[in-house]
Design a protein. Structure first.
Lengths: 138, 481
C-alpha cells in the first residue's frame, strides 16, 4: 500500500477550506515530493472550481491555478504530487466522475464534509482501471 | 526555429527518460511536441491524440497561458519559452453517485464468496441483468429476473418477504438500485453483490449459460412470457415437449393448430386417412385444394405455415395393437381425437401402460365431452377410460359422425378444451380435468361437470394390476352388447 504523508497543519488547512466552502465542492493541488510509493505533501493550494453550474457536486479545477501551483512548486524544487477535493454530504470514496478524469501517478485526496465538520479524509491512487486506497499518515 | 523548455508532470516522467524538463526545437507548440515525440513516443502518445490535439485531460501552457486560449497547437514559440504539460483535473460526484452512496447506507454489500455462502444456506440469488447479458452466463442457481420486470415478478419467485435476497448485476451498481426497490417492497433482508457477476466470475465461482429463448421466440411467444404461469421457463418447457395427436380430424384440427401456435416443440400426428370434401365442414387443418391428400401431410402443411419451428412427426397409419408401442415412444402427452371406440380403448391402454396422461374428447351431434385420464399422476391419480367404461357400447348405440352427424363447430370446441388441458399438463399449471368429465351441450349452451372416481378393481389401471396386454380392439368393439 502506498502512503501519503500529510502533516497535521496541512490537514487542518484542508479541513478549514472544506468547511468554509460547504455546501459547495472545493478543490486544489498538493505539492511535495514523491519517491518509491512514498508521497510527502509539503504545501496545499486551493484552486478555483470552474464548474459553477454544479458547484455542489462537481469540480473542474481551474488550470490557471494549477499552472501557478506548478510554477511555485518548481521554484522550490518540488512537484505536484496530487489533488484534493471535497464531497459535501457524501463519503470520501472516488466517484465514477473522479475516475474518468484521473491520472496514474497522482494522489487524489477526498474529504467528506457535512456542515460544520469534515467527516473523513481518504486518499486514492488510480491503478489501471480502478482506484486503490493509500494510507494517510501525519 | 526556437528552442523551448518543456516541463513534464511527475506521472509522465517515466516516459521522458525520468526528466522533469526537456529541451526541444520547433516554431509552434505543435512542432515542439512533435520534436519531443521523436525521442519519447510514449510520452507524446499520452499527451496528444492522433489528430495532433491535446488529449481531453491534458492542458498545455505556454508561459502562464493555456494554449487553448491562444492559437492552440499553432501558437508560435519564441526562443527560451517554457511549455508546461499539466493534467486537466475534474471530478465530483454525479446524481447517480450520490444516490448509490445513500443506498449503500441502507443495503449491505457482500463479496462473491459471502453471496455463495448465503445462497447455499437458503438465500435467493437474484440476477437482474437483461436477457442478452444473462445469455452470456449467470451464477448457478440464480433467479433471473430482468430489472425491468423485477417488481412485477419477484413475488411469484420469492413469496417469503423474510427470505434473504442477494441481488446481482454486472458490476454491482444496478443491483444496489434493485436491492433498494426490493427493500421498499417489503423484503426485510436484501443485500447487493459487490462487483456483480464480473466479480463472481473472477473469483472462479460456479456459473452456467442458461437455456434461453432466441429473439424470434421471444417475440412470437411474448403474450405467454408476460404471464407468470408460463414465463420463459414455461415456454422453454413447451418448446421441449412432445405431444401425440390421435387423429387429424375435427378434434385434432384445432388442437394441432393451437398447440403448434403455443410452441409445443414436437407434434406427432396419427391418421391413416385422406382429406375428403365432407371433412372440411369442421376439420380446419385441411383445405379445399388438399382434398385427396393424406391428412397427416395436409396437417403438416397447415402447422408449419403457422409455426415453422414445430417438429411435426408424421404417423401415416391406423393405430393398431401392433404399432402402438412404436408410435407412442417418447411422447409426454396424448391428445385423443379419435372417432371410434376401438381406437379409444387402444389409446387408453397404451397410455396406462406408458403412464402418460390421456387427454380425451368426444362429440355427438350438439354435445361434446372432455376429460383427462391419468392413473399414473403422482400426487392425485385419476381414473382411466376403462374405469368408467369397462366395455364399449353396442355399435348400434354408438353411431359415427358420418351416421349421426355433428355440428361442425363442436369438435372445434372440444379440441380446444383438450389443447388447453394438454398445455396445463405440460406447464404443471392449474386444476386438470383429472377425475372430472366436462360435458358441453351446444343447444342449451351449458357446461356440466361430472365427477369420476377410479375403479380400484380396474383390470388395467388398478394399483397392483399387471398390464394385461393389448387385445383385438376391433373384435372387442364389434362384439360389444
Amino acid at each position: 500500500m502506498n502512503t501519503i504523508n500529510l502533516p497535521a497543519p496541512l490537514r487542518d488547512e484542508l479541513e478549514t477550506i472544506a468547511v468554509n466552502g460547504y455546501p459547495n465542492e472545493t478543490c486544489g493541488v498538493l505539492v511535495g515530493a514523491s519517491t518509491d510509493g512514498q508521497v510527502r505533501v509539503e504545501r496545499v493550494f486551493q484552486a478555483r472550481n470552474l464548474n459553477t453550474a454544479r458547484a455542489r457536486d462537481r469540480y473542474v479545477l481551474d488550470p490557471d491555478d494549477l499552472m501557478t501551483a506548478d510554477e511555485a512548486a518548481r521554484e522550490d524544487g518540488l512537484d505536484i504530487v496530487g489533488f484534493w477535493h471535497t464531497h459535501p454530504d457524501h463519503p470520501a470514496l472516488p466517484s465514477e466522475t473522479d475516475r474518468e478524469a484521473a491520472w496514474d501517478g497522482y494522489s487524489y485526496v477526498i474529504l467528506s464534509v457535512s456542515g460544520a465538520r469534515v467527516e473523513d479524509l481518504r486518499s486514492w491512487r488510480l491503478n489501471g482501471a480502478g482506484f486503490v486506497e493509500e494510507q494517510v499518515a501525519a | 526555429m526556437s528552442r523551448a523548455t518543456v516541463r513534464i508532470p511527475t506521472p509522465l516522467r517515466g516516459f521522458a527518460g525520468g526528466n522533469s524538463e526537456i529541451m526541444a526545437e520547433g516554431a509552434s507548440v505543435g512542432a515542439v511536441m512533435s520534436a519531443i515525440g521523436a525521442d519519447y513516443p510514449e510520452l507524446l502518445e499520452r499527451v496528444m491524440k492522433a489528430d495532433g490535439q491535446p488529449r481531453e485531460f491534458v492542458n498545455i501552457y505556454l508561459g502562464s497561458d493555456n494554449v487553448r486560449t491562444l492559437d492552440g497547437m499553432e501558437t508560435q514559440v519564441s526562443e527560451g519559452d517554457v511549455l508546461s504539460i499539466l493534467p486537466a483535473v475534474a471530478g465530483g460526484r454525479s446524481a447517480r453517485d450520490r444516490r448509490l452512496a445513500d443506498i449503500r447506507g441502507n443495503v449491505p454489500e457482500v463479496s462473491p464468496r459471502e453471496a455463495l455462502e448465503l445462497q447455499r444456506s437458503g438465500a435467493a440469488l437474484i440476477d437482474v441483468r437483461d436477457a442478452t447479458e444473462v445469455a452470456q452466463g449467470s451464477p448457478g442457481g440464480a433467479l433471473r429476473l430482468d430489472r425491468s420486470f423485477l417488481e412485477l415478478r419477484i413475488e411469484e419467485a420469492v413469496p417469503d418477504l423474510d427470505r434473504t435476497l442477494v441481488v446481482t448485476c454486472a458490476s454491482g451498481q444496478r443491483s444496489l438500485f434493485a436491492a433498494d426497490d426490493l427493500k421498499r417492497m417489503g423484503y426485510s433482508d436484501v443485500r447487493s453483490l459487490a462487483g456483480g457477476f464480473n466479480g463472481w466470475k473472477d473469483e472462479g465461482l460456479p456459473f452456467e449459460i442458461p437455456r434461453m429463448l432466441n429473439a424470434d421466440a421471444r417475440e412470437r411467444y411474448s403474450r405467454h412470457l408476460v404471464m407468470p404461469e408460463v414465463g420463459e421457463a414455461g415456454q422453454l418447457k413447451l418448446l421441449e415437449s412432445r405431444v401425440l395427436l390421435i387423429g387429424a380430424g375435427g378434434i385434432g384440427s384445432p388442437a394441432a393448430l393451437y398447440l403448434a401456435a403455443a410452441g409445443v416443440g414436437t407434434l406427432g400426428i396419427v391418421d391413416h386417412d385422406v382429406v375428403d370434401r365432407s371433412n372440411l365442414q369442421r376439420q380446419i387443418l385441411h383445405s379445399d385444394e388438399r382434398v385427396g391428400v393424406s391428412k397427416v401431410a395436409s396437417a403438416r402443411e397447415a402447422v408449419l405455415a403457422l409455426n415453422p419451428a414445430v417438429n411435426v412427426v408424421e404417423h401415416r397409419l391406423r393405430l393398431e395393437s401392433t404399432n402402438v408401442e412404436e408410435v407412442f415412444e417418447g411422447y409426454d402427452v396424448v391428445v385423443d381425437g379419435s372417432d371410434n371406440f376401438a381406437t379409444r380403448y387402444l389409446v387408453n391402454d397404451a397410455c396406462v401402460k406408458h403412464r402418460i396422461p390421456n387427454v380425451h374428447g368426444s362429440v355427438f351431434r350438439f354435445e361434446g365431452q372432455v376429460s383427462v385420464f391419468w392413473p399414473a399422476r403422482e400426487d392425485a391419480p385419476g381414473p382411466c377410460y376403462r374405469c368408467l367404461y369397462p366395455e364399449p357400447p353396442p355399435p348400434e348405440l354408438a353411431p359415427s359422425c358420418a351416421e349421426a352427424g355433428v355440428l361442425g363447430v363442436l369438435p372445434g370446441i372440444v379440441g380446444l378444451l383438450e389443447a388447453v388441458e394438454a398445455i396445463k399438463i405440460l406447464l404443471g399449471a392449474g386444476d386438470l380435468l383429472v377425475g372430472r368429465l366436462l360435458h358441453y351441450d351446444a343447444l342449451s349452451a351449458r357446461f356440466t361437470e361430472f365427477t369420476q372416481a377410479r375403479n380400484p378393481e380396474c383390470s388395467y389401471c388398478a394399483e397392483d394390476a399387471e398390464f394385461p396386454g393389448y387385445i383385438d380392439y376391433q373384435e372387442f368393439c364389434a362384439l360389444a352388447g
